[in-house]
Ligand binder design. Structure first.
Ligand SMILES: [Fe+2]
Length: 264
């Protein structure tokens, strides 16, 4: 199975890039399954039904998220109603939604697990132990298991990837929006990248207009953030997994620049 992971899809800019470029990219890379992180998809923070429908129509099959998925009230109901939409599994019991899903594509079963880090982030439940518990729950016959780890610290991402090496097919970091150049297949067969990057505007600070972020850093006053304009990059990771063993054979970092022509 050939799987394309997309980094955090940033607001309208990211959605327009998917509408303009994802179909051709998937065809060129011969993608069977596309996974994308949507926590920043609606107005930078959170999700709405319209936005989730739009991203699904662009060809994203399973959507993961992170700390910002709670930011729009409308999104909470979606987490309960949409089976292909995940929130991090290691939030405490009682929060809306689900943290992993088992589905199939072209007759091959696969699982997607969404986890979130605790270093420099809200100290939720342990992602290591949560991953162990979920892997116990996933049926033995499901060989292809994919993890989105939404975390700030590169060390925490690399540590959890090492902990899960050989037990999951691919482990992809999200949240920092800056693609790292360390993609590889770990010794146990797990495809890995510390951060897959974003689907968002290139001339920005992690998707936001530069001058607003500079103002925030220089004066430490609250600033309203808006998505930047201009050309967008679709950052992702292509993983080729052996269906029979669930081990990754190949990993390719993807970075595609898309011109946005429509008024934002
Ligand atoms: Fe995040």
């Amino acid at each position: 199975m050939r799987i394309l992971f997309l980094g955090d899809i940033i607001s309208k800019s990211g959605r327009m890039a998917l509408a303009g470029g994802l179909g051709a990219l998937k065809a060129r890379l011969d993608v069977d399954l596309c996974i994308g992180n949507v926590e920043n998809a609606a107005g930078i923070f959170g999700i709405t039904q319209k936005v989730i429908d739009e991203i699904a129509a662009c060809g994203v099959d399973v959507m993961t998220s992170g700390n910002h998925v709670w930011d729009k009230r409308e999104g909470l109901a979606l987490l309960d109603s949409r089976e292909n939409l995940l929130r991090p599994a290691n939030y405490p019991p009682g929060v809306p939604g689900r943290g992993f899903v088992v589905r199939e594509t072209r007759g091959t079963p696969f699982a997607v697990i969404n986890l979130q880090g605790r270093t420099f982030m809200t100290p939720i439940d342990c992602p290591f132990r949560c991953a162990d518990a979920i892997l116990e729950e996933i049926p033995q016959g499901v060989k292809i298991v994919l993890v989105d780890f939404h975390a700030e610290a590169t060390s925490e991402k690399q540590a959890l990837a090492g902990y899960l090496d050989g037990r999951v097919s691919a482990f992809v970091g999200t949240h920092t929006h800056v693609q790292t150049a360390d993609e590889r297949v770990l010794p146990g067969g797990t495809a890995f990248i510390t951060d897959v990057g974003m689907v968002g505007p290139i001339d920005s600070v992690i998707g936001v207009r530069k001058e607003q972020v500079i103002e925030r850093f220089m004066r430490a006053l609250p600033v309203r953030f808006e998505v930047a304009e201009g050309a967008v990059c679709i950052c992702g990771l292509l993983v080729d997994v052996d269906d029979a063993t669930g081990r990754s054979r190949e990993v390719v970092r993807v970075r595609e620049e898309i011109e946005i022509h429509e008024e934002q």
